[in-house]
Design a protein around this ligand. Structure first.
Ligand SMILES: *Cc1c(COP(=O)(O)O)cnc(C)c1O
Length: 358
């Protein structure tokens, strides 16, 4: 008998939040941090009006999109790389920097893809402790060794919703060995409303040892099209372009991303909507003794430790009503649920359902 030999990858596959319910056709999905208001009308119009040449390969280098990004974010287009979601860029960064036996440091409760892609290329994943679900710079520094190649930070972090302030991020970069790459994932930057916070892109635009991740999946509402981008030193970008699959971002995604950047009104409206509802939901849940993080991104981490019902019970009761929240056990967080801010109707239904349950 022959048996094929392949890598044994000692990590669990990423398990997305539940997205459909067998018995409910119109389930409300508040489990994946997608855009509450859908997508810009400009993007919808484009999708309907154009006769896409799907038989042609897309522009491999996403030149037009990179140009528009560089104008919008005041950064250099030859330091941008586009990916099939920022996910793919995390994967490419891991491929480029890590060889078996290297180490990466990720905060204990951080976004799962950092550990998944790092493990696949043979890195040892070292977890830094957090204080009250917030990244500890001191513990990251403690966990760094001679083998550390990358430190990953999502800011704000998914699923905790906590974030490092501008001065803390600068402090982290200062304290880290220069030879370690700091990856700052800005996935939720647009939602932020705290003047002590700055995006990784703003702070580190000209740093050679910081790589910034951005996505069109969240506020821009293009999650299904799979498109994100990375920004870093030209040398890193050039090397990533060798790793990058040639046609990784499809033509429709590139065009819609360009269109989505033109609609500032939609973004402003989304930010306002998010702020209004996250405040209201956070407040309303306190009467059930459910507490959550200071408002940051388009989701809240609901903590049930002081509540008479457990996260598990609430998750099940909401599912029966057709409302899906994200469990957090896969992140190692007990007795919590992650709630994405939905549209008006979804949020009202969620709050009404909570009233009924209690
Ligand atoms: C949602 C999310 C992303 C985006 O992933 P895409 O692959 O671009 O859809 C990246 N980082 C974090 C922390 C996220 O929560």
């Amino acid at each position: 008998m022959t048996s094929l030999d392949f890598k044994k990858i000692n990590i669990q596959a990423y398990k997305p939040g539940r997205s459909i319910l067998k018995k409910k056709k119109n389930a409300i999905k508040l489990s994946a941090n997608e855009s509450a208001l859908g997508v810009s009308p400009k993007v919808l119009k484009l999708l309907k009006s154009r006769n896409y040449k799907v038989y042609k390969y897309p522009d491999s280098s996403a030149k037009d999109l990179r140009k528009v990004i560089s104008l919008n974010f005041k950064c250099k287009s030859n330091q941008i790389i586009c990916g099939s979601g920022s996910d793919e860029i995390i994967q490419m960064i891991c491929q480029l920097f890590i060889k078996p036996g290297d180490e990466v440091v990720v905060p204990q409760y951080s976004f799962l893809m950092y550990r998944v892609y790092s493990s696949i290329v043979g890195a040892k994943v070292v977890f830094s402790k957090e204080n009250n679900f917030k990244v500890s710079i001191a513990d990251i520094i403690k966990k760094v060794s001679k083998k550390t190649k990358i430190v990953f930070i999502a800011n704000p972090n998914n699923p905790t919703g906590t974030y490092l302030e501008k001065k803390e991020l600068i402090d982290l970069r200062k304290k880290l060995n220069k030879k370690i790459l700091l990856v700052v994932d800005d996935a939720y930057d647009e939602y932020m409303n705290d003047n002590k916070y700055s995006s990784g892109l703003e702070i580190f635009k000209n740093k050679k040892n910081v790589f910034v991740l951005r996505t069109f999946s969240k506020i821009y509402g293009l999650a299904s099209l799979r498109i994100g981008w990375g920004y870093g030193d030209k040398k890193i970008i050039d090397a990533l372009n060798i790793i990058k699959p040639p046609f990784n971002v499809n033509q429709i995604a590139q065009l819609c991303a360009i269109e989505s950047l033109k609609d500032k009104k939609f973004i402003t409206k989304s930010i306002k909507h998010n702020l209004f509802w996250s405040k209201k939901i956070k407040n309303d849940l306190e009467k059930f003794k459910i507490f959550c993080n200071k408002i940051s991104a388009n989701f809240l981490l609901l903590n049930f430790n002081k509540c008479k019902l457990s996260a598990n019970t609430i998750e099940k009761k909401l599912l029966k009503k057709g409302i899906i929240l994200r469990e957090t056990k896969t992140y190692g967080i007990k007795n919590c649920l992650r709630l994405t801010i939905g549209n008006n109707q979804e949020n009202k239904l969620f709050l009404k359902s909570m009233e009924q349950i209690f």
